[in-house]
Ligand binder design. Structure first.
Ligand SMILES: Nc1ncnc2c1ncn2[C@@H]1O[C@H](COP(=O)(O)OP(=O)(O)OP(=O)(O)O)[C@@H](O)[C@H]1O
Ligand SMILES: [Mg+2]
Length: 322
């Protein structure tokens, strides 16, 4: 099999994590949680710079796993856009389809980490394309094997529909792990599932799309719409089916969670990095679990992403006929 080509589409951000002993829940009135005291200077002991945005995280998993990974979105010439592009370039992600214009800006977040690990996020959403005046090169979709659209900002579900339709026309497979803007309209999301090959969502999200209480019920119902369905439930595990077998997995490893940003991205992209390359459902779930577990042990959504030489270990996992 040739190396699969996968295109991730969606917004990117720069995240700056600020840790301070003064961001303490023990402080009187929990000031660090609810208000920053006006007019004071607070010391920040530790700063971690990271880039995020679901699609950009996905592109890095795919590149680190040796696939032909490309990233497409609208970015500007602001420092956050520059940082995102530098990060993706250094990971070997193809960014040649990124559209850069003065009017666009990447997202930017300051994330204040309190001493107990709780966080306060100061977020600027940035400026990017929308669905009325689509400013990305949709023809690029026809050149890849898989497209992974997520977190399309103002484009939302309408831009998702445009991307999915283009993929359908071109016979390109779609992996869907929707984020906030696409989940805002579950009925519209459901109406485009007939063009989706792999749907990967968490339990609450799947319950917005199909009926069911248990993960198994949910995955069985989802298979009425898509060929491959995966439902994750945080540290409680995950269930996946391709209509032939059902794989049920528990926790990969009980790790200390430093920052759970990017867990869902690492899981879904970790799955695709194996599945697109022809690995079994079971092996794809094991790698996805290992990748997401590694990501939550570090600040930022990318630092913990596994490389192709990573050693995997066994995990609680069962496979049965569908
Ligand atoms: N506390 C944890 N410890 C170990 N692994 C975890 C933990 N939380 C999540 N994971 C891993 O990440 C995967 C995806 O997590 P989850 O089901 O919470 O997805 P999600 O809600 O879509 O996440 P996100 O908010 O990032 O979109 C899980 O299946 C698991 O492998
Ligand atoms: Mg998610």
């Amino acid at each position: 099999m040739n190396t699969p080509k996968i295109l991730a589409i969606g917004k990117a951000t720069q995240d700056v994590f600020l840790k301070s002993d003064e961001f303490s829940p023990q402080m009187e009135g929990k000031v660090a949680y609810t208000h920053l005291p006006l007019g004071v200077k607070m010391e920040v002991e530790d700063i971690v710079f990271a880039t995020g945005g679901n699609a950009s995280n996905v592109a890095v998993t795919l590149a680190r796993q040796g696939l032909h990974s490309s990233y497409m979105w609208t970015l500007g010439y602001d420092p956050a856009s520059e940082t995102v592009l530098r990060d993706l370039d250094s990971e070997g992600v193809d960014t040649s389809h990124v559209v850069r214009r003065d009017k666009y800006r990447a997202g930017y977040s300051n994330i204040l980490i309190a001493t107990d690990g709780e966080r306060t996020i100061l977020n600027n959403k940035g400026v990017s394309t929308d669905a009325h005046d689509v400013d990305i090169d949709l023809d690029a979709i026809a050149d890849v094997d898989w497209v992974y659209p997520t977190s399309l900002a103002l484009g939302g579900i309408d831009l998702l529909r445009i991307i999915v339709d283009r993929a359908d026309e071109a016979g390109v497979k779609v992996m869907l792990n929707p984020a906030g803007p696409e989940l805002a309209e579950p009925n519209k999301l459901k109406s485009l599932l007939s063009s989706v090959e792999v749907l990967c969502v968490n339990k609450e999200e799947m319950q917005m799309l199909v009926d069911g209480e248990s993960l198994e019920e949910l995955v069985r119902h989802a298979l009425h719409y898509v060929p491959v369905a995966i439902v994750s439930d945080g540290p409680r595990g995950v269930i996946a089916s391709d209509g032939k077998t059902i794989v049920t997995a528990g926790m990969y490893e009980d790790v200390p969670v430093v920052d759970r940003t990017g867990a869902g991205d690492a899981f879904a992209s970790g799955f695709l990095s194996q599945w697109a390359a022809g690995k079994s459902l079971r092996d794809s779930v094991i790698f996805a679990s290992a990748n997401s577990t590694s990501v939550v042990t570090q600040f930022g959504a990318k630092a913990g992403i596994l490389r192709s030489n990573a050693d995997l270990h066994d995990m609680p996992i069962e496979e049965k006929p569908f």
